[in-house]
Write a protein that binds this ligand. Structure first.
Ligand code: BGC
Length: 819
């Protein structure tokens, strides 16, 4: 049946019901028309399907950051195809991912859910995952669109981004994924972008996403991100999730009466929902496939083997057969294999490294060395026990991680350290045994002031439930590590380009002062040394690059350029290498990074073998976004084509002349924005930013003369009010008792509760708490008077009753008319 046709027969109220969810995970089913409801679920590093308050058991795949460090589209596609089968077996129509927000700072608590600091890597990998999930008949939701790069007060923050950074860094990955994979849905982020909520931003949704990129699918709000439903409908938000009951249906109907909305606003959105239901046929079929959790676990293991990044190795890895092994660190037994929040899977079978050695029948000695529950407490007794085991071993394998709360949705990190107790263990064990290999599991980059001590260091990221087996295979040389860093590792937090302007400040304006200088684009141009560069990763074997040729020495922007080069494996073990193609224009008119990633290819090469790699570049490899010309343009000039084993290890170079006059009329940035020209980001002033942004951030503050609390404030902004402080302290107390043993979940829940704007309680309560009731609460925060609050709230009672009763009555009438 074609449900889109049916929408035309629906009443206004029915269409309005269709564009708001039925509950947290389902769309509304207009039974009268025979249209079913469909289910969406989180992940996407597994299926996080909720059944009531419980999450079903599923296989936990490596987190996005780990998958990204595979740099392997094939791995993403394999995981995607597996996820699609699991979704269908569970009648889930849309998997809510992938998330591809740029890692603007390593402090972002959600970096583990995102791919990279580079938009090409993020966009390409997302396209691979989306294409394979959707080829299996299940939809995806590319998220969180857009410029949602900080977790601190994410529902009220306002990202102020200049046009170039927006286009080249923050939107580019989305653009690639949309154009290459057409996700069925795209999730609009919580934050505001340049003054408008992403859910109410027609420039972003209609002009760029649909108009320029040709997005055909449905836009869905992040959960509770719809601020003003009528406005958002008009500006391009199709589906509001979760459902707000009848509250917004009535508001939409009223807006029609007042002429604020027209039929198209609602009709198009309702048709998009219907179209999604059409597409969902495979997941809705009665004869759904059977789940294959054991098989999926194997896929998770294979994927995990491609992810870990070998950062340092003096030959201790792989370990020799028969070596006496000490496995140290509580994380070897209780791995940190996923982050906290909506991407948290109720895992099927978690295998630790200790389990994996044991399963393989290899004898090891284990000591915890620290207590993960007491990260700041250096426990001498535990350290001494571990040191004793390390001393008599041939090799010590030491497992450390960041704290759980450092990789949690809704919260940002405060530092890049691993806990004190674990650093103390690294120092002591390395002193006792020079053959120590340290394995770090974190959701994003960490600093390593101890890097010189161990013989080997591996970043495992969050490897999913089969990570222990994958690591066993890598440690013992059954698998050759091939991961490369999808992000730069700064020497210290102070070196990061956006430090003081990263977290949402008191006025909620997050100023993207560093513009395009994110990650390696900044470190290279500003000559800031890093601990490990973007794209870096070692192998147990050695790869030699040679013979770069270009099929043309001169091109126009419309030509394709084909590059060919060779990689030989000159070591003794087969392995995979990721070659990275960077492009730079040293004599550019505009400020630019020294080089930018434009393509990459991962190939497996047997020992002694070699492989020819061919890569094609199109105009997107040469263009930049010109705010002056309001277009993507290709500058005339001689471009460097660089083939690297990492961004800092360029093995082959060549030049190509590009003949173009597209940049005629461009301004001279050397004069117009000298600090950006020199990447002198730490000294960029507000005036410098205004030069490239075009407005003062203070212009986004609204009327500051009136400091009364309004309904768009969240609890976290109310600490200064007497009532707010009391309410917040109470919430803190209650949650700390409930989540005493789960610091990650505490961070997620606490931050979620504290950062929900008050006006969203209308939707959350499905209208039981009506607008006037929220006004009453606002009144309380302003006046402190409970009596006054109740008086204001009383006005909202009829509205609340109608919100609850009207849909029930309509359902009954409809049922009767069907009988
Ligand atoms: C997250 C989304 C997630 C949604 C549903 C939100 O809080 O930001 O990524 O898909 O919840 O759980």
């Amino acid at each position: 049946m074609d449900y889109i046709e049916l929408v035309k027969h629906m009443s206004l109220r029915e269409q309005a019901r269709l564009v708001t969810g039925a509950d947290f995970w389902h769309t509304w089913a207009p039974v009268k028309y025979g249209m079913p409801s469909i289910m969406v679920s989180d992940g996407p590093n597994g299926l996080r399907k909720m059944e009531g308050s419980k999450t079903i058991t599923s296989v936990c795949f490596p987190s996005a950051v780990a998958l990204a460090s595979s740099w392997d589209r094939g791995v993403l596609a394999h995981v995607g195809a597996t996820l699609a089968e699991d979704c269908k077996a569970n009648r889930v129509s849309v998997l809510l991912g992938p998330g591809i927000n740029i890692k603007r700072s390593p402090l972002c608590g959600r970096n583990f859910e995102y791919y990279s600091e580079d938009p090409v890597l993020a966009g390409e990998l997302a396209a691979a995952l989306i294409n394979s999930v959707q080829a299996g008949g299940v939809g995806t939701s590319l998220k969180h669109f857009a410029a949602n790069n900080t977790e601190t007060r994410r529902m009220v923050s306002n990202s102020l981004v200049d046009d170039r950074a927006l286009r080249e860094i923050y939107l580019r990955g989305f653009e690639i994924a949309v154009k290459k994979a057409q996700p069925w849905t795209i999730m609009l982020a919580y934050n505001k972008l340049n003054g408008s909520y992403c859910t109410e931003n027609s420039w972003l949704i209609e002009e760029v996403l649909r108009g320029e990129w040709g997005f055909k699918g449905l836009t869905v709000s992040d959960w509770m991100a719809a601020n003003d439903r009528v406005k958002s409908l008009h500006e391009g938000l199709d589906l509001e999730m979760p459902g707000s009951g009848y509250a917004n249906v009535r508001k939409i109907a009223k807006a029609f009466r007042k002429g604020e909305l027209d039929e198209n606003d609602l009709g198009i959105a309702a048709s998009k929902v219907a179209e999604l239901v059409n597409k969902s046929e495979p997941a809705l079929k009665a004869n759904a496939p059977q789940r294959n959790l054991k098989g999926d676990h194997e896929v998770a293991r294979m994927a995990a083997e491609q992810c870990p990044v070998l950062l340092k190795n003096n030959g201790v890895l792989p370990i020799k057969q028969g070596a006496k092994i000490a496995i140290l660190g509580e994380r070897a037994r209780k791995p940190l294999y996923q982050g906290c929040g909506s991407a948290q899977i109720n895992s099927y079978e978690v295998v630790s490294v200790v389990d994996a050695f044991c399963d393989a029948g290899v004898a090891t000695e284990y000591a915890p060395g620290y207590d993960i529950k007491k990260p700041d407490e250096v426990n001498t007794k535990l350290i001494n026990e571990a040191v004793a085991k390390a001393t008599v071993a041939d090799v010590a394998l030491l497992f450390v991680s960041t704290s759980e709360a450092d990789s949690a949705e809704g919260a940002d990190r405060t530092n890049l350290d691993i806990p004190k107790s674990q650093v103390a263990l690294i120092e002591a064990v390395c002193r006792a045994n020079p053959n120590t290999a340290v394995f770090v599991a974190s959701g994003s980059s960490v600093v390593m002031p101890w890097i010189d001590l161990p013989a080997a260091v591996m970043q495992t990221y969050f490897l999913g439930e089969a990570g222990g087996t994958a690591l066993y295979n890598i440690i013992t040389g059954r698998v050759n590590p091939s991961g490369k860093l999808p992000e730069s590792y700064p020497m210290s937090l102070d070196d990061t380009p956006c430090l003081e302007n990263y977290k949402t400040p008191a006025d909620n304006n997050v100023i993207y002062k560093e513009s395009i200088y994110v990650g390696y684009r900044y470190y290279e141009k500003a000559n800031v040394p890093v601990l490990f560069p973007f794209g870096y990763g070692l192998s147990y074997t050695k790869f030699d690059y040679s013979g770069l040729t270009l099929d043309k020495s001169s091109i126009t922007p419309n030509d394709k350029l084909t590059l060919t080069f060779n990689i030989a494996n000159s070591g003794a073990m087969g392995g995979a290498e990721t070659a990275q193609v960077y492009v730079g224009l040293p004599d550019s008119l505009v400020y630019r990074a020294n080089k930018e990633l434009k393509e990459f290819a991962k190939v497996y090469i047997p020992a002694g073998g070699s492989q020819t790699i061919t890569v094609e570049l199109d105009r997107s490899a040469f263009e930049y976004y010109s705010p002056t010309l309001r277009a993507w343009v290709v500058e005339d000039g001689t471009y460097d084509i660089m083939i690297g084993a990492s961004s800092a290890d360029i093995r082959l170079t060549a030049q190509v002349d590009v003949k173009s006059n597209e940049a005629n009329g461009e301004i001279d940035y050397k004069d117009a924005a000298p600090k950006y020209w020199n990447a002198d980001i730490k000294n960029v002033t507000e005036e410098d930013f205004v030069d490239i942004f075009g407005a003062y951030p203070s212009e986004y503050l609204g009327d500051t003369s009136d400091d009364r609390i309004t309904s768009v404030k969240c609890l976290d902004e109310l600490w200064d009010t007497k009532v707010g402080a009391k309410v917040n302290e109470f919430i803190e107390l209650v949650l700390s008792v409930i989540f005493e043993d789960d610091p990650g979940m505490y961070a997620v829940i606490y931050n979620s509760v504290m950062t929900i704007p008050l006006n969203r309680f209308v939707a959350i309560s499905k209208g039981l708490c009506s607008d006037a009731m929220v006004d009453g609460i606002v009144h309380l925060f302003n006046s402190g008077s409970v009596i006054e609050m109740l008086k204001v709230m009383a006005v909202g009672i009829p509205d609340a009753l109608l919100n609850i009763v009207e849909p029930k009555v309509r359902d009954i009438i409809e049922k009767k008319s069907r009988c």
